[in-house]
Design a protein around this ligand. Structure first.
Ligand SMILES: NC(=O)C1=CN([C@@H]2O[C@H](COP(=O)(O)OP(=O)(O)OC[C@H]3O[C@@H](n4cnc5c(N)ncnc54)[C@H](OP(=O)(O)O)[C@@H]3O)[C@@H](O)[C@H]2O)C=CC1
Ligand SMILES: CC(C)(CO)C(=O)C(=O)O
Length: 305
């Protein structure tokens, strides 16, 4: 099976690096200085989980035509690049190609379906902290790296099973899920909910917790997510709001999400995942007639900057 990874940044770099080291039919869709560096010196990975190594994939290219048709494509760009990324990989897709987004967000496959030619489209959820240190150099300095893969309809096609086995053998703990909708909402709840809280209070977890009445705020944000999930047909566990509130109370005071880090660091909102993460929740709320006032407040606080 030919497996391509689009976007050799924090996520694509660790997944692509692990694959290239362990699986010969690995291809990178990568561009710019990153492509130049990988062509010259290979991809250097410094990972708390996988160790330090340098690898060359079978081929690294910014040309879909040169890479050719693929059996599997992991998509690991940021949300604001998703449409362009889907257009870029179209020539690599045949009807049997399995496309797996690893982006944050909720059921990203729903967003991608109209952007792609007919293909098998899965959802992927990755838990990792990794980044592109400099062109051709990926760092995962601490923590685990795990992936959950599944199809929106709950089925597990053979190609997904084979892909999970290959990623697992490459050292990344990989689970197949027959309820990826619930898994996706579960991670989104944390990523989106936390980002809303950081944005509303304009600070990390410690600053949110300094606010009098912050417990009510945390519960209200969780409530919006749970209500929209329910309206879309996904029932979260009955104690979800309690679990979410408890987990938030345990975050390190300096904890923040990548979205809030980007926004508070002054990146233009269009170069962050504000629309992809918080904007999407507002859209889903509108679609299902569920009010999302805290998501709107967080969004508006940064959208106009
Ligand atoms: N980093 C992490 O620890 C985690 C990230 N995530 C999520 O994973 C997703 C990816 O994040 P992350 O890896 O950090 O992002 P990065 O910005 O580090 O990497 C994204 C890469 O995609 C490349 N890219 C974008 N569009 C294209 C394209 N059309 N063709 C080729 N390459 C392209 C970018 O290249 P270029 O610079 O040329 O645009 C960049 O190298 C996000 O949704 C994020 O929220 C989820 C869990 C953890
Ligand atoms: C949830 C977390 C912190 C790590 O997976 C993340 O995805 C992010 O902040 O972008």
């Amino acid at each position: 099976m030919k497996i391509a990874v689009l976007g050799i940044g924090g996520v694509g770099g660790i997944v692509g690096g692990a694959l290239a080291k362990n699986y010969t039919e690995t291809y990178f869709y990568v561009r710019g200085k990153n492509l130049d560096a990988i062509r010259r010196r290979g991809l250097r990975v410094r990972s708390a989980l996988l160790g330090d190594f340098t690898v060359q994939p079978k081929l690294a290219s910014d040309s879909a035509e040169e890479l050719g048709l693929m059996d599997v494509i992991f998509v690991s760009c940021k949300g604001y690049n998703l449409r362009a990324a889907c257009e870029s990989i179209a020539p690599m897709i045949k009807a049997e190609t399995l496309v797996i987004p690893l982006l944050n967000g909720v059921i990203v496959s729903d967003m991608m379906r109209p952007m792609l030619p007919p293909c098998l489209l899965a959802d992927g959820i990755i838990r990792v902290f990794s980044h592109l240190e400099q062109p051709g150099h990926i760092v995962q300095s601490y923590g685990p790296c795990s992936v959950i893969l599944g199809m929106r309809d709950g089925g597990i096609p053979q190609k997904l099973e084979e892909t999970a086995a290959i990623v697992g053998k490459a050292g990344i703990s990989t689970t197949l899920s027959d309820d990826i909708l619930a898994d996706s909402w579960n991670k989104y709840m944390m990523m989106c909910g936390n980002s809303v809280l950081f944005c509303c209070c304009d600070g990390p977890a410690g600053k949110v917790r300094e606010h009098p009445g912050h417990m009510e705020l945390v519960r209200a944000v969780a409530g919006e997510l749970i209500a929209v999930a329910a309206a879309s047909g996904v029932t979260m566990p009955a104690d979800m709001a309690d679990r979410y509130t408890e987990n938030f109370s345990k975050l390190a005071p300096e904890a923040m999400s990548s979205l809030y880090r980007d926004l508070s660091g002054g990146k233009p909102p269009s170069e962050t995942e504000l629309d992809h993460i918080i904007g999407r929740m507002i859209e889903l709320g509108q679609q299902y007639g569920v009010p999302t006032p805290y998501h709107k407040a967080a969004y508006e606080r940064f959208a106009a900057k």
